[in-house]
Design a protein around this ligand. Structure first.
Ligand SMILES: Cc1ncc(COP(=O)(O)O)c(C=O)c1O
Length: 498
């Protein structure tokens, strides 16, 4: 028998099954009748497993992985905060979970109300005129926002000419990627003093070919851009639009509103600021908020209220079109609205203030053990450099791996690119002082180990179910197809029991 960890399909055996369901009272129909022209290449090899086998398998998987319900997850820029379980409960209520996306407006008033209210409250929080909740991630929100900017330039006869987007070199990789998706060109400008925007470089790059300036606020070093008003003024004077990457909104809620700072459009990562789960790269939600002049270009359909009734309006001739099937990731929208309404205006601004306080507490403490390239007060996250550990033969990657031995997920490493050996730390507001101190002690111990026992760090993690993996090889020799190991248990096609 294979004593290694096994896939579900390698477990169980013929006849293993969970609770018996009563016999089916719907007449059986052959597959060929249900799916004419479709033929299976061979028998379906479904695993045959009992309930305890299934439960153990998934519990085992959850233990192998580090997740926010197991320990701290200070992944900078990703805002891995606690997701209140009550919000999952609310999203699972049958009225939400069983609602059908093709149901009529008449019978979907509750679901439409959730989306409509969420759009209104997000518009209020961000200071914009209107919001779409269709995009399913920050990156898709970026593309949607840029599509609206393009439609706006086209409506003014400038679409052909304005194809450049100015992006600072500290930006998240999705910013230039979104520009590229539109077939536009990214103009990268270097960061100025304190890694904030270099106004002279910006002015030199602006001109009548520039469609937009894309800015992350606070920037990816966790610093607030002090000259935003100047940036938005210069960009507008040159005929460009200003896009705010709002992935870091967790630092701003209730403190300032991007719409009031002169931005024209922004996306919001609901799955960060408003506590919905990231779900392993999705499903998330990346709503986009726009100023009044961009409203006609919002993805269609939009929800409208008439005489107290909500309905989907498809008659939007200037819309950039649909960017997601149906209504986006509806369950995530329910969770976000539940979170916002639970916290209320005061709770939301306390959320951002606590996130900022936690980050500054850790930053000041860890600056004694690690290099802190930018020493001004940070917002909700900060960036250290592991450069000083190089003399002991230790890299930032080793620090990240060793943290797992102390029950903490690694911070974001090697990003932003403008900081050597970067460690980008975002504790979030949901960690207690006790947990912050635990993290700080783990980081201090690692700095000490770098001096006294660097071989431990180079071998770490030592206590996790899987040790250090060869990530380069895993990427180069990707194995995505399962092949039956010899001696695997019987995985005959599922047979029906009468
Ligand atoms: C600053 C910034 N912009 C954009 C994104 C992209 O968001 P998403 O991962 O939801 O596509 C991220 C994600 O980490 C981010 O941190």
């Amino acid at each position: 028998m294979n004593l290694e960890r096994r896939l579900l399909i390698e477990q169980g055996g013929a006849g293993h099954r969970g609770p018996e369901l009563p016999g089916c009272d719907v007449p059986e129909r052959p597959l060929a009748e249900l799916l004419p022209g479709v033929r299976l290449r061979g028998p379906l090899r479904f695993p045959q497993v009992s309930e305890p086998e299934v439960v153990r398998h998934f519990i085992e998987l959850s233990i192998l992985n580090h997740h926010i319900d197991r320990g701290m997850y200070p992944l900078g820029s990703c805002t891995m905060k606690h997701n209140p379980k009550i919000n999952d409960e609310i999203a699972s209520l049958p009225g939400f979970a069983l609602s059908h996306p093709l149901a009529s407006d008449e019978s979907s008033q509750g679901s439409l109300r959730v989306m409509f209210e969420l759009q209104k409250v997000l518009a209020e929080i961000t200071g914009f005129a209107a919001v779409t909740t269709q995009p399913s991630a920050g990156a898709q929100g970026e593309m949607t926002g840029l599509l609206m900017i393009r439609a706006w330039h086209r409506s003014r006869g400038e679409g052909e000419r304005r194809t450049r987007v100015i992006v600072p070199d500290s930006a998240h990789g999705t910013n230039p990627a979104s520009v590229h998706l539109l077939g536009w060109e990214t103009v990268t400008i270097p960061s100025g003093e304190h890694a904030t925007i270099d106004l002279q470089a910006l002015e030199r790059s602006l001109g009548d070919r520039v469609a937009a300036v894309m800015l992350t606020v606070p920037n990816t070093l966790g610093l607030f851009e002090p000259r935003i008003l100047e940036v938005t003024r210069l960009a507008h004077a040159a005929g460009a639009q200003v896009y705010m990457d709002g992935a870091n909104l967790n630092a701003l809620v209730g403190l300032t509103r991007p719409g009031d700072l002169g931005f024209d459009v922004m996306h919001i990562n609901l799955h960060k600021t408003f506590s919905t789960p990231h779900g392993g790269g999705g499903p998330g939600a990346g709503p986009v908020a726009v100023a009044r002049h961009l409203e006609p270009f919002l993805p269609a359909p939009v929800i409208e209220e008439r005489d107290g009734k909500l309905g989907l309006c498809h008659d939007r001739p200037r819309s950039v079109g649909r960017v997601h099937s149906f209504h986006g990731n509806f369950g995530i929208l329910v969770r976000a609205l539940a979170y916002i309404l639970t916290l209320g205006p005061e709770g939301l601004s306390r959320m951002s203030c606590t996130a900022i306080l936690n980050a500054n507490y850790l930053m000041r403490r860890l600056a004694k053990s690690y290099e802190l390239p930018h020493a001004e007060h940070c917002m909700h996250e900060f960036v250290l450099s592991g450069r000083g550990l190089r003399k002991y033969g230790v890299k930032t990657l080793d620090v990240a791996k060793r943290l797992l031995d102390f029950g903490v997920h690694a911070p974001t490493v090697y990003f932003p690119l403008i900081v050597e050996e970067a460690l980008m730390i975002e504790p979030t507001e949901t960690e207690t002082l006790d947990r912050l101190d635990h993290f700080a002690e783990a980081m201090e111990r690692i700095a000490e180990e770098a001096r006294t026992a660097p071989e431990i760090l180079r071998a770490a993690p030592l206590t996790t179910p899987s040790r250090r993996l060869d990530e380069g090889r895993a990427a180069r020799e990707l194995k995505l197809r399962w092949t039956a190991p010899s001696g695997a248990p019987d995985s005959a096609p599922l047979t029906r029991r009468s």
